[in-house]
Write a protein that binds this ligand. Structure first.
Ligand code: BTN
Length: 223
């Protein structure tokens, strides 16, 4: 594992994308602040300076790239499990990779790259931030807001990086991810719209597709 800690950067995802050739598999890059933090669907990811975990890590391992579909839900499931181990309750995963606690969003994940060469997994985990200015479609929360405790971000960071690397390299990563997701499925049974399809969510397939009206959806934004 290689760890690079930056003070300020445009986006830790961009930083790894610019350097993916020279960086090794499982290079983690964190920042105290991002000037151009990116969310999914071209959204902006805002975070106060020094209050949250903002990081990305690089995957170049051939086996993991081949099984890239597991990485999105798998990373969300691992962070969800990590939060439960910290004592948070009502942790849920909203397909494909948002983490909710008590119906509020605590963590967002953005995957980028080219599956033939590399994947960057970017994670924004709200840790100590208590005030979230701005307009959000889902109310944000943080670890501190949920357990009323200030967290040492640097210690948490090292623990989480080690946890992610260890579990992603585990031979049961895919099956563990499916199991965790299925027991923490935020959308299960809910009526939603995705890619112009309306219906009730039946869960996910063994290939991590969302199942709605017996149709398998591999990407899209849930409304
Ligand atoms: C989302 O829920 O829309 C995904 C948010 C991902 C945010 C993280 S913060 C670290 C990394 N760098 C970025 O620019 N984005 C991701």
């Amino acid at each position: 594992m290689n760890v690079i800690n930056l003070k300020t950067i445009d986006s830790t995802n961009n930083y790894i994308k610019e350097h993916y050739e020279e960086f090794e598999n499982f290079t983690f890059v964190s920042a105290n602040f991002q000037t151009n933090g990116k969310g999914r669907e071209n959204r902006i990811w805002n975070s106060n300076e020094n209050e949250n975990l903002l990081f990305s890590f690089l995957i170049k391992d051939k086996f993991l790239l081949k099984n890239y579909k597991a990485l999105s839900i798998g990373t969300a499931s691992l962070i969800g499990g990590f939060l439960e181990e910290m004592g948070l309750n009502n942790v849920m995963i909203k397909w494909p990779n948002d983490i909710y606690v008590n119906n509020k969003k605590i963590c967002g994940i953005l995957l980028e790259g080219n599956v033939n060469k590399y994947i960057v997994i970017g994670v924004g985990l709200n840790v100590n931030q208590e005030v979230f200015d701005g307009i959000y479609s889902v109310t944000p929360t943080s670890i501190k807001k949920e357990i009323n405790q200030n967290i040492d971000i640097n210690s948490l960071k090292i623990l989480l990086f080690e946890y992610l690397m260890k579990h992603i390299n585990n031979r049961s990563f895919k099956s563990n991810s499916l199991k965790f997701y299925r027991s923490h499925d935020y959308l299960l049974g809910k009526k939603i719209t995705i890619n112009n399809i309306n219906g009730k969510v039946d869960g996910i397939s063994d290939n991590f597709d969302l199942i709605i009206n017996k149709k398998y959806i591999s990407s899209g934004e849930v409304i």
